[in-house]
Design a protein around this ligand. Structure first.
Ligand SMILES: Cc1ncc(COP(=O)(O)O)c(C=O)c1O
Length: 373
């Protein structure tokens, strides 16, 4: 089935007790045993499993073309669960421009775990090959990356991981399964922050890990979810599943709005650079054209005049909202270096945007007045 159909139907069936087409939210923390002591419906205790969580996992696995999915209470809870599966002394390769939150998890949560990490430019495949060691167990990629929208060649990374003894994981949050299919390119597991496009309405936090084949890191992440307890609530699972129904249509509309905005910004005299993988002059365009069906709804740009000019432009927006995060119906703009803190590698004059579902002419009009000063 096509993704639009899966987005509406996968993981859903009419409620057997009432016939309700929209699933109920199961708040019960515990489930009755049958007289023989078994749990005939498969649920015993809510930390280990819940009907809303099971439905969401079934849907997201189908959407990504995967075997199984595990949902967590946030995108970073997924990363934490994957890292918990590693042994002290294991080596990780991660992108030099990885989402700054993952860098914090590796450094501040796993600092005492004895993991070894190298951050490499994942667009430089020779550098990636050279960085692989005998003890490399995990190659983590993020494409498009945050906030410079760098594009990593997924097939090449999957080959490098397989030729070592490493498991490859792609954070596909920016692209969603609508625009990019990492498992079909040989990547072992995909993760998304479902807080973003998959939930789609800026009203929940969540994350998902999806595999193609059984592997030990996925099984250990399952233990972290069920026994470690980093599971999302039934209501968050319900909200996420509701959001998924419109995912393909939202993402395509957001990508089309973003493409139009990128073209507008590229021609604007107050703009120094635009980072959008759907533009032919983006360094990752050729790879993006191969592995993505559109450039996505995220872009960033650098304003002439440095940090102050960028912050001033963001201060003048009226339709865009100055906020972090992405993937919701509202267009967001943010001065990225401010949120990433003093260790940021992001250019000081960079503004990142998550393009929403407003009419593109209203968004371009807003940027025009904001950049005019
Ligand atoms: C690309 C990417 N991955 C992961 C995360 C983390 O997700 P969460 O905030 O749901 O923990 C984010 C959050 O912004 C992100 O942008």
């Amino acid at each position: 089935m096509k993704i639009e159909t899966l987005a509406v139907h996968a993981g859903r069936r009419a409620d057997p007790a009432t016939g309700a087409v929209t699933p109920p939210i199961h708040l019960s923390t515990t489930f009755e045993r049958a007289a023989d002591g078994e749990y005939p419906l498969g649920f015993s205790y809510a930390r280990e499993g819940n009907p809303n969580r099971a439905a969401l996992e079934e849907c997201l696995a189908a959407l990504e073309g995967g075997k199984e999915a595990l949902v967590f209470s946030s995108g970073l809870a997924v990363a934490t669960a994957v890292l918990q599966g590693l042994e002290p002394g294991d080596h990780i390769l991660a992108p030099d421009d990885v989402y700054y939150g993952l860098r914090k998890v590796i450094g501040e949560v796993f600092g005492k775990w004895g993991l070894e990490t190298d951050y490499v430019d994942m667009t430089d495949l020779a550098a990636v090959r050279a960085a692989v060691r005998k003890n490399t167990r995990l190659i983590w990629v993020e494409t498009p990356s945050n906030p410079l929208m760098k594009i990593t060649d997924l097939e090449a990374i999957a080959r490098i991981a397989r030729s070592g003894n490493a498991i490859s994981v792609c954070d596909g949050t920016f692209a969603t399964p609508v625009l990019q299919r990492p498992l079909e390119r040989g990547i072992d597991m995909v993760t998304h922050s479902t807080t973003k496009y998959i939930g789609g309405h800026s009203d929940l936090t969540g994350g998902v890990l999806i595999n193609k084949y059984d592997n030990y890191l996925f099984e250990r992440a399952r233990n972290s979810q069920r026994f470690g307890g980093a599971a999302p609530s039934p209501f968050d699972c319900w909200l996420t599943l509701r959001g998924v129904a419109t995912l393909p249509w939202r993402v395509r509309a957001q990508a089309e709005n973003a493409r139009r905005i990128a073209e507008f910004l590229r021609a604007h005299p107050a703009v120094e650079a635009v980072h959008y993988p759907g533009l032919a002059d983006h360094p990752g365009y050729a790879v993006a054209a191969r592995q993505m069906s559109a450039g996505g709804g995220m872009l960033s740009f650098q304003v002439r005049g440095g940090r102050q000019a960028a912050v001033a432009a963001a201060a003048r927006v009226r339709v865009f909202t100055r906020a972090t995060s992405l993937g919701g119906p509202h267009s967001f703009i943010e001065h990225r270096a401010s949120i990433e803190g003093p260790q940021t590698r992001t250019p000081p004059n960079l503004l990142r945007m998550s393009v929403g579902l407003e009419h593109v002419e209203d968004l371009i009009g807003d940027l025009k007045q904001a950049l005019a000063g």
